[in-house]
Structure formats: structure tokens, C-alpha cells
Write a protein that binds this ligand. Structure first.
Ligand code: BEZ
Length: 247
């Protein structure tokens, strides 16, 4: 009886940990898998690029097809940001290759055809999907939800999002997310709600003292307050560094 209970408990622990979602700040789980671009080890093969790993429920389905076409349309934008993309579903490599070939023939939104350069990962045994918590049991035990992991150049998870099967993702949002993450990494600023590249940013500190303002009145043009602890910096400021001495 004791052995039986121990086995049940062990199985329970293993399956629960299989479904753990990698959280923001954690190391991106590593895996090797077969893809439309050959075998890859993720995230290591992408070196010090940023990475976005997206899951989708099923090949040859309309919402997923529209998502891959939008993602392919943005490949240049992601490249400029130093981002490598990878897509996974529980379908196998044969279906992935057929689907990719079909998508590459389409003239979606009259933009002409697109090549899908990023790897589409096969995951018929759901190993990758489980590793990244892309299978949400209450929804389906064998078909991924729409997951998105943004991973930085040091392979740290920086953003985690899940979307339902019924709703196609806004792929531009992931460009915006990377732009915001890279900006907040290079400068001590935060981005306000609905921020877009070039917009004003939040400075999470008092940007100048009375003495600094007296010494450099131009600071008042660069920073402004809209309320309690809501200091902003002009988005087009040439440098948005903490150090005000340069002014
Ligand atoms: C779709 O991508 O269109 C889709 C995928 C799975 C279930 C239903 C729709």
C-alpha cells in the first residue's frame, strides 16, 4: 500500500513539474528538437540574440496560419532588433513542412509571398510544450494554447504571455515589447501604458534637484511631471541617462 501511494505521489510530482511555466527572470529551459530548419538546441543555438518562442495550437488552421504569415511579414523588424524567432506546435515535422510550403505560396493581404525563415519545431510528444507550460490541461492536453516567451541575450525569460485558441495574437505587440525591454535595459526608464517607440518615457526617480535646475534650466524642457511620482522624459531626448551632468 505504501509503495503504491509513493508511486502515485511521484507520478503526480513529475507531471505537475512538467507543466511548470518558466517565469519572468528565470533561465529559459533548454531543449533540442527537430524543426523545419533542421535540428536545433534552443535557446543556445541562437547565441546572444534575443529570442521569441511562440506556440500555436495546430498547423493548417486559419488563425494559426494568419499568425505565421504576420510573423514572417515582420521578420526584418525582428532582425533589426537582434531577435530570432522559433515556433512550436504538437504537430510533426511532415505536417510542419507541408504547412510552411503552403503558407509560402499565399499572397496574404496582397503583400506578396513571404519566406518563413524561422524554424517551426515539431513536438508530437509535447516535450517542449510541457517544458514551457504551453499545454493548459483544462483547454486541451495535446494541443498548445498560444504562448509567447520573450527571452533576452543572456537567455533569461523577460516576458510571458498566453492567449486563447480563438484569438489571433497581435505580432506587432512583440516588436513593441522587445523595443521597450531593450530601451529599459539601456536606460533607467520605464515605459507607460500604450507606449510606442519614440514616445515619452517614465523616469522612476526625481530627475533633478532645485540646485541642478538652477545650474541647468534646460532640464525643465526635458523632464515634466504629470502627478505624484509621475515624472516623464521627452521620448526624443538625445540621451535619457540618469546622469544629468552632461546637459
Ligand atoms: C485556428 O488557428 O484557427 C484554430 C486552431 C485550433 C482550434 C481552432 C482554431
Amino acid at each position: 500500500m505504501f509503495t503504491f501511494l509513493a508511486v502515485i505521489l511521484a507520478v503526480g510530482v513529475v507531471s505537475a513539474s512538467d507543466y511548470k511555466i518558466p517565469l519572468i527572470g528565470s533561465k529559459a529551459p533548454k531543449f533540442s528538437a527537430n524543426t523545419t530548419n533542421g535540428k536545433i538546441t534552443f535557446p543556445n543555438d541562437f547565441g546572444s540574440s534575443w529570442k521569441i518562442l511562440l506556440s500555436h495550437p495546430a498547423d493548417f488552421t486559419p488563425v494559426c496560419s494568419s499568425e505565421l504569415l504576420e510573423l514572417a511579414h515582420l521578420q526584418k523588424e525582428f532582425k533589426k532588433l537582434g531577435v530570432e524567432l522559433a515556433v512550436v506546435s504538437t504537430d510533426d515535422i511532415v505536417l510542419h513542412k507541408m504547412w510552411k510550403a503552403h503558407l509560402e505560396e499565399l499572397d496574404y493581404k496582397q503583400r506578396g509571398t513571404v519566406n518563413i525563415d524561422f524554424p517551426i519545431i515539431e513536438d508530437p510528444d509535447a516535450k517542449v510544450s510541457r517544458l514551457y507550460g504551453m499545454l493548459h490541461d483544462e483547454e486541451s492536453t495535446d494541443r498548445d494554447v498560444r504562448g509567447v516567451f520573450i527571452i533576452d541575450d543572456k537567455n533569461i525569460v523577460r516576458s510571458v504571455n498566453f492567449y486563447p485558441v480563438e484569438v489571433g495574437r497581435n505580432m506587432n505587440e512583440f516588436v513593441r515589447m522587445v523595443e521597450a525591454l531593450q530601451l529599459t535595459e539601456s536606460k533607467f526608464v520605464y515605459t507607460p501604458a500604450n507606449w510606442e517607440k519614440g514616445d515619452d518615457v517614465i523616469v522612476p526617480y526625481l530627475p533633478y534637484s532645485t540646485a541642478e535646475l538652477e545650474a541647468n534650466p534646460k532640464l525643465a524642457d526635458r523632464y515634466y511631471s504629470v502627478g505624484n511620482r509621475m515624472w516623464f522624459e521627452q521620448g526624443d531626448a538625445p540621451t535619457a541617462k540618469v546622469d544629468n551632468d552632461e546637459e
